[in-house]
Design a binder for this molecule. Structure first.
Ligand code: AMP
Length: 460
């Protein structure tokens, strides 16, 4: 496999000439040497120039921007912050604050995380006592600046982390509002996993001549992630295959299952609930903040083994020691596949990625392989896994009639991958009638031939 990193030269953090306090904190964390992005970013951030770092989560990018910032930060009694870090999600605020607290264990740096959905007065109270670094989501940070609890005139450094996700979530307007409140003489430090058109526009519109550093070569899989793929008939056959694999608890110890939409994330959760109810979690942006945080905590504390997540919500989360990433569907944009698999095999640990793809998704699998210049090794479809004939509404063939889009009956087409005759059962593994009816009610979709009437009634 192609090498991921361009210049892993340094053997220790001492070579960066960082302070003893920082070195001790890093030593406590057990980090032996800088990751390539840390090594690359350090002199550029120290030089004070604007910088755009293209780096995926998992490459150590947080310390890459924090290390030079903390090296330079001065002890201050002023209550106004000098560093602002903008991140797209509340979860990431918590995570970045936690990391900064670890890095500043032997320093007197004051850091505060601010995000919406919690009482603004508490955050206002902390701000009046004085902070050096504020980490926040754009909306709440702007509110605090507008009500003048957060004074921005001392800001010397602005970090925007996960710029691509930020723009994906529609924060462009809030970012521009914040830029207007900041002193023009400041250093801008941006990190993004991908360089999209939107990211380029934001940079060109707002920042003068940023130096770009890139470590992870676009489309280059990490060395320590082994990949495989299964051709699978349809959604519910994917469910059956996933259940079959995840029953092997010794192999599949900590699982992140990526899925394209909130609706499908909930649908998958329901389908897995019966077999894995006490070891399963799901996060997406329709879940409340408390619910998301509790789910992530349970997963990170190893109190649940399987986490289902949509792409946007999972990006930027610090999820440790993922043994396997499952791509329940194939991403349309190959870069998203790179993001997904980058959630395992982090910080030099081994990880595995498994891709499920239907016949319709085969073209996207090919694009991913072209991007990586690597054919993902195919797995044999296990004989004991039942091929489901049950189709989701999205999978049902459609016919256009009198300008109305109608769904036809739910019979699946010929098998994408044929199985031996003895294995051609058409029932769903583990799906009791009660569960099926519950699902049918929830998703207004036919579950069995017998439930057709009910579904017709529901769809009226
Ligand atoms: P990040 O890309 O910032 O999300 O970091 C990914 C993970 O790598 C985090 O859990 C960090 O604690 C860890 N990490 C960061 N820098 C290093 C390093 N130099 N050596 C080992 N692990 C690191």
């Amino acid at each position: 496999m192609v090498k991921n990193y361009l210049c892993p030269l340094m053997e220790s953090f001492e070579e960066l000439n960082v302070s003893r306090q920082l070195l001790n904190a890093i030593e406590d964390l057990g980090f032996k040497k800088p990751t390539p992005i840390q090594e690359e970013a350090y002199p550029v951030v120290m030089s004070g120039t604007n910088i755009v770092g293209i780096a995926q989560t998992g490459t150590g990018k947080t310390l890459a921007y924090m290390l030079p910032i903390l090296q330079e930060i001065k002890f201050s009694k002023d209550y106004k912050p000098t560093v602002i870090i903008l991140v797209p999600t509340r979860e990431l605020v918590v995570q970045v604050v936690e990391q900064i607290e670890l890095f500043t264990k032997y320093m007197s740096t004051r850091v505060l995380g601010v995000f919406g959905g919690v009482n603004i007065k508490t955050q206002m109270g902390v701000l009046t006592q004085g902070v050096d670094i504020v980490v926040g989501t754009p909306g709440r940070l702007y509110d605090l600046a507008i009500n003048r609890s957060l004074l921005l005139q001392n800001v010397k450094k602005l970090v925007i982390d996960e710029v691509d996700v930020m723009l994906d979530l529609g924060f462009r307007f809030q970012l521009n509002n914040i830029f207007e409140l900041l002193p023009t003489k400041r250093q801008n430090i941006m990190f993004s996993a991908t360089m999209t058109n939107d990211v380029e526009i934001l940079i060109n519109d707002n920042f003068i001549d940023p130096k770009q550093i890139a470590i992870a070569l676009s489309g280059t899989p990490l060395d320590n992630i082994s990949q495989s793929k299964y051709p699978v008939e349809n959604f519910y056959t994917k469910v059956n295959l996933l259940i079959h694999l995840l029953k092997d608890k010794e192999t599949y110890t900590k699982i992140l299952v990526f899925i394209d939409s909130k609706k499908n994330a909930d649908r998958l959760f329901e389908a897995l609930e019966q077999d894995f109810w006490n070891e399963l979690g799901v996060i997406h942006s329709n879940k409340s903040q408390n619910n998301r945080m509790a789910t992530i905590e349970r997963f990170n504390d190893n109190n649940s083994r399987i986490l289902i997540a949509t792409d946007v919500i999972a990006r930027g989360l610090d999820l440790d020691d993922i043994s396997h990433v499952f791509n329940f569907d194939t991403p349309k944009f190959p870069e998203n596949y790179m993001h997904r698999i980058g959630r395992t095999g982090r910080a030099e640990k081994k990880g595995e990625s498994v891709l499920f793809y239907t016949e319709n998704e085969e073209k996207w699998t090919t694009s991913i392989e072209e991007l990586m210049d690597y054919i993902i090794p195919p797995n044999d479809f296990p004989n004991e896994v039942v091929i489901s004939k049950q189709l989701t509404l999205d999978e049902q063939p459609r016919i256009l009639e009198n300008n109305l889009l109608k769904k036809t009956t739910r019979v699946a087409g010929p098998s994408f991958h044929e199985k031996k005759d003895k294995n051609k059962k058409t029932t769903n593994v583990g799906g009791g009638q009660k569960i099926k009816l519950k699902k049918a009610k929830k998703y207004k979709k036919p579950i069995t031939r017998g439930s057709k009437q009910m579904n017709q009634k529901k769809r009226k």
